[in-house]
Design a binder for this molecule. Structure first.
Ligand code: 1QQ
Length: 407
């Protein structure tokens, strides 16, 4: 009786794995012909990635997609999950909550994934990750850094250190560069959960360091004109500007601050943490300080491999969002191996795999490109390596790079 109960879901999930591979894969990873009679079908294990491939949020999501693709190739070359390949299925969350809800529903009910990496933004996670939690599908935020993400539910965690841990590093670096900083102008996007959370951390840190917050200016992530806010702030003559927003808005704000004559240091938050900001603020991006949860110079074998794989394609060092997405897939692969070590995946139903995978994710310790990480029982990442980078633009403002100022 028990056997039958296990067997039917097993057959269903194997059939599903096969279908998913057939529908989504250009390379027939999971369709191993049994015509020779040597091998039974070994279907690839479907892992979902709910990431932004369209809208302005794709400026961030694009780097995450690159990370999951590199991870898929890398971990499959290493034997996948005890010999069974993984297949990463990407669904576009686009720029808003509904996009994330749709992508996550599709991954769960249509693609029958064992787990999900995503969504791209905290704003999307608060709306969409509860769906994965209710369906008992493990979901890891690749860069969901707002306060409260792991607390969404038992099945929700993140591989992205929270703003509370990462953001203060940038302020400390700014003070090292210019110890005379006293007056600080703070800007944040009031329609974005991450930006609201990050500005709280920034403001608490500034206060704890006895710096004066001379103005707090609000905007929307959809805004393109910041003349009013920028002018109001510049009139108070701040020594430092701290911005929590996303790429397009954040980049335009930086550009307009500079055009209006602001010459002091600028700290950008995690939403500005991509070279996709270069075309937005061009030469005026120069000098922006951004705290980092990843440093390409980390010297461990997996990071050396990751940097080599990324650099071969992209001719530059990998960015944080790519590294975090790569790490998310690694966590799934290693935790799946441990599930399989205990009970062969082929003997488990999809529901059992998802549930046991969640336990193993939380129980594991991982040597990653982000350094050594683990999770609290709530799904919060435990990570100890952070850095701060500064954007250096070429004179023509076309190209630039993130240079690390603090290790
Ligand atoms: C969040 C973030 C974004 C800036 C990541 C792309 O950190 O939404 O939490």
């Amino acid at each position: 009786m028990l056997r039958k109960r296990l067997l039917i879901p097993l057959i269903l999930s194997l059939v599903t794995f096969g279908l998913v591979v057939a529908c989504n894969s250009g390379t027939p990873t999971g369709q191993i012909s049994s015509s020779s009679g040597e091998k039974a079908a070994t279907a690839a294990i479907p892992i979902g990635a709910a990431l932004a491939q369209t809208s302005n949020v794709a400026l961030l999501g694009q780097e995450q997609v690159i990370g999951v693709k590199i991870a898929e190739t890398y971990f499959n070359k290493k034997g996948g999950v005890n010999g069974t390949p993984i297949k990463v299925i990407v669904q576009d969350v686009a720029g808003d909550e509904q996009g994330a809800i749709n992508a996550i529903n599709t991954l769960i009910t249509q693609d029958k994934v064992v787990a999900i990496l995503g969504p791209s933004l905290s704003q999307q996670a608060f709306a969409a990750s509860p769906i994965a939690d209710r369906a008992k599908v493990p979901i890891l935020g690749p860069s969901n850094t707002a306060k409260g993400i792991p607390q969404i539910g038992e099945y929700v965690g993140r591989v992205s250190a929270p703003v509370a841990v990462v953001a203060p590093n940038a302020i400390k670096t700014a003070l090292k560069i210019d110890p005379k900083i006293k007056k600080v102008a703070v800007f944040f996007a009031q329609n974005d959960a991450f930006s609201k959370s990050e500005t709280e951390t920034f403001q608490e840190t500034l206060k704890s360091l006895n710096l004066d917050i001379v103005t707090v200016q609000k905007f929307q992530t959809t805004d393109t004109d910041f003349q009013n806010q920028a002018t109001a702030a510049i009139n108070i003559k701040p020594d430092l500007v701290v911005i929590s927003g996303l790429v397009a808005d954040g980049g335009n704000l930086v550009k307009q601050l500079r055009q209006l004559g602001y010459q002091g240091l600028i700290i950008g938050g995690n939403g500005l943490n991509t070279s996709n900001i270069f075309p937005v603020c061009q030469a005026q991006c120069d000098g922006i300080l951004i705290a980092q949860a990843y440093n390409p110079e980390l010297d461990n074998p997996i990071n050396r491999d990751f940097v080599a794989a990324y650099t071969a394609e992209n001719k530059k060092a990998p960015p944080q969002f790519t590294a975090q997405a790569f790490t998310g897939i690694q966590v799934f692969v290693e935790a799946l191996k441990r599930v399989d070590d205990k009970n062969k995946l082929s003997t488990l139903s999809l529901e059992q795999i998802r549930q046991q995978l969640n336990q193993e994710i939380l129980a594991g310790k991982y040597v990653t490109v982000l350094g050594n990480i683990a999770f609290t029982p709530e799904g919060e990442i435990i990570q100890d390596k952070f850095s701060v980078a500064q954007i250096k633009m070429d004179a023509d403002g076309k190209n630039g790079k993130f240079t690390f100022v603090e290790n």
